[in-house]
Each structure stands twice: as C-alpha cells, then as structure tokens.
Design a protein around this ligand. Structure first.
Ligand code: PLP
Length: 417
C-alpha cells in the first residue's frame, strides 16, 4: 500500500534498453505452428536482415533462444577443443566473464591484464601472436564494447595485428553492447565469430542471442572436440537450411526482432551510429564539463558511444547515487560491477532514445548526486548537454554537390508554384 511510484520508470541501464511501443505491440501475437509452411518466411527474413547489421555477406548468422552468454558459449564450443590455447584481455566485468567461461570450458587462456578504463591492448596482442611461431593459439578474444567501464576497443586494429603476425587464429568478438549502435564490420575486419544479444541495440527484451560465423570458423567446427548440444551449430545449420529451428523458437521474440529490424532499416544503420555518437557526446559534456567529474574510460580513444561509466568523488559510494535515483526519482542507472563497484554509476545511452529522454537521466543523476552529498552545480549537466546538442546535428550532414547548391540557391521560392 502506498508504494507505487507514479509516472514512467526511466530505464537507463546499458541493457535491457527501452523497447519501442512498436516492438512491444509486435510481440503480442497468438502462438502459431513453428513447423508450418509459412514460418520459414519469417525466419529467413530475419537471418538475411541480421547479416546487414553484422555487415557480413560471407558469414552465416545464428539466432539462439538465450541471452548473450549463450552465444559466447556457442562461439567457443563449436570451434575449439579442450586444452586449446586462447589469447584474451581482461579490462572489465564482461571481458572477464568471457575469459572465466573459456577457462571453465577447459581452454588454456593466456590472459593479458589491462587497467579497467582501457581496452584491448593491440600492441601486446601483436607481440604475443608474433612470438607464437608454432601457432598454438587457436582463438583471439576481444570485447568490442566493455559495458562495465564504457570502453570501446579497436577491432580493426586487432585484425591488423593478426595479419601483421601472419597468425591463423580465429578472431572472436563480443558485440553484445555495440552491434546496431556502434559501427561493427564483420567481413571487413575479418571477424570469425561475432557474439551479440537482443536487449541492447536491438531494443528487445533479453532472450535472443545472435552469432555471426565466418566461413573459416564454419570449417573449424569439423575439428572442434568441445562437447556441445543445445548450442551445436551443426543442428542449427541443418534446421535453418529449410527455415526452421532444431527446437521450439520463441515466436513473440522473433516477431519483435522483425519489427526491430524494420526500425533499424527505416532509420538507417549509419544514421543510428551517428545518433549514438551525438547522444553520447552530450552525456560526456554533462559529465566532464557540467559536473566536472571523470569517466572510467581513461582517454577519448576509449570512450563508448553506448554507455558512460561515471566516477564519483572519493568518499562517496556510487551505489547510494543509484539507490536514491531509483527510489526517489524512478530512474534506473547502471551499477558499478566488480572492481569498480561503488566507484562508478553508469548511464546507458543506447537503443531507442533521444535528447530529451537522456535529459531525464542526466537531470535525475544530477539530483541524486546532490542528495548524497556530491557537490555538482544544479543544472550544470543538463546545461552542458543541451549546449552540445543544440550546436550539433543529430543526423549526418548530407554531402551536397556544387551543382545541387547552385540549384537550391536559384530555385528557392520558385518551386511551390
Ligand atoms: N558481453 C557484454 C559486453 C555485455 O554487456 C553483456 C551483458 O550485459 C554480456 C556479454 C552478457 O550478455 P547477457 O547478459 O545477455 O547474457
């Protein structure tokens, strides 16, 4: 009694993200026969359109009814054998958890420890790969966007290092909090296994994972001796060939995905990337110029366009900011995880959102910070973000040729007639 908080919950954790009304409505469907002659139309459309989001023509896409963690496991177990050597770097909760999984599955993981706030160490990767003359390393893992620290890594740079070392290891990339929000190019960057999930850039609930697999990785399956069953790609390949799943797929999620892919297509991937950069820059202006606080990401080259981890001043527990924001202002901010627990709170700025939605998160975080004793100037974050957004374009500027400029200048006003 009396516990209801009126109004909308402001969901600004970096996943799950806001599910657009259109997607929610698309998921309210009656169940139907997933072995009907009509079902393949839905599934093949989804698989084809996902390829565009992964930017792959050569690769094959798989959809699993699982969270992103399932696709992590599918990537590893379908292509490796127990004892295989894996190169990975640890710089946040998610890069760390993937390493933990690889170790628990019995692979021999060489872990490069990196300070939290930095990303994949390109030079160290290349050094290790060059030194591995016998090509014992079978897998190179990279987390494209470390959601715990708000750090984006240079995946093209990882591929460059592999090529420079002439190393044949497969490249595995976690794109759970980047795909469909930050530019990712599976084919161009030579990514062999790209792992993603539904609850971030795809604007869906958690429950589907996506895996992009290169032809080279498909070949590697033949020699991979890791035990696998639910996540066996061979079963998926067989069933998907005729548009079906090897088990009962979650239909509402698939219909939601259909709508989400329609929305992505309507806005356009490149526009979506631009919008994420533009919105992220506004948040960063609030943090750095407005509040005069620091980001967990150590340098601009690591700044993530999907999530910002904000460091609170010494002596303050960031968990209190998050708790006050939630209980008092109905605002969900992301928690600090593991090494940065209590030190940071996170604002997710990915998926279906715009300036004014983010203003709610910035204003709420600002009030909650003041409530727990952080000396930020009231309105400073909101002011800095609005100055940024008002002086920048939310969509990329169209390239206009000289002829078009001339035509526009000489026809203005005369067209209406
Ligand atoms: N990888 C990254 C970068 C993530 O942010 C997450 C979840 O937030 C995961 C992997 C795990 O995905 P899931 O929670 O969907 O299993």
């Amino acid at each position: 009694m009396g516990t209801r908080i009126p109004g909308r919950n402001f969901l600004f954790v970096p996943g799950p993200t806001n599910v657009p009304d259109r997607v929610q409505r698309a998921m309210v469907v009656s169940m139907e026969d997933h072995r009907s002659s009509r079902f393949p139309q839905l599934s093949t459309g989804l698989l084809n359109d996902l390829k565009k989001v992964f930017k792959t023509e050569a690769g094959q896409i798989f959809i699993f009814p699982s969270s992103g963690t399932g696709a992590w496991e599918a990537a590893l177990t379908n292509t490796l054998s127990p004892g295989d050597k894996v190169l990975a770097s640890s710089f946040g909760q998610f890069s760390l958890l993937w390493i933990d999984m690889a170790q628990r599955l019995g692979y021999d993981v060489e872990v490069l420890e990196v300070e939290w706030g930095e990303g994949v160490p390109l030079e160290r990767y290349e050094q290790v790969l060059r030194a591995d003359k016998d090509h014992k390393i079978k897998a190179v893992l990279a987390c494209h966007n470390e959601t715990a620290t708000g750090v984006t890594s240079d995946i093209a740079g990882v591929r460059k290092g592999l090529n420079a070392a002439k190393h044949p290891a497969l490249l595995y990339v976690d794109t759970v909090s980047s795909l469909g929000s930050i530019d990712f190019r599976m084919d161009e960057w030579g990514v062999d296994l790209a792992v993603s999930g539904s609850q971030k850039g795809f604007m869906l609930p958690a429950g589907l994972s996506f895996l992009g697999v290169s032809p080279k990785a498909i070949k590697a399956m033949a020699g991979a001796k890791s035990k696998r069953c639910y996540f066996d790609l061979a079963d998926m390949i067989k069933a998907n060939a005729s548009g079906y799943f090897p088990y009962t797929p979650p239909l509402p999620m698939l219909y939601g995905l259909r709508e989400s892919l329609n929305i992505i297509d309507e806005e356009g991937l490149e526009n979506i990337f631009h919008r994420h950069t533009y919105l992220a820059e506004g948040v960063r202006a609030a943090v750095l110029e407005g509040w005069k606080l620091k980001l967990c990401a150590k340098a601009p080259k690591w700044y993530s366009d999907t999530v910002s981890a904000i460091v609170v001043p010494e002596g303050i527990n960031a968990a209190h900011v998050i708790d006050v924001a939630f209980r008092r202002y109905n605002l969900a901010l992301g928690a600090g995880l593991n090494k940065v627990a209590g030190k940071v709170f996170r604002i997710g700025h990915l998926g279906d959102l715009n300036e004014l939605m983010l203003m709610g998160a910035i204003a709420g975080a600002e009030m909650a910070m003041q409530d727990v004793g952080i000396k930020v100037t009231p309105g400073s974050g909101v002011g800095a973000a609005s100055s940024y957004w008002r002086s920048h374009d939310p969509v990329p500027k169209k390239k206009v040729s000289k002829e078009q400029q001339f035509y526009a200048a000489h026809t203005t006003g005369s067209i209406q007639g």
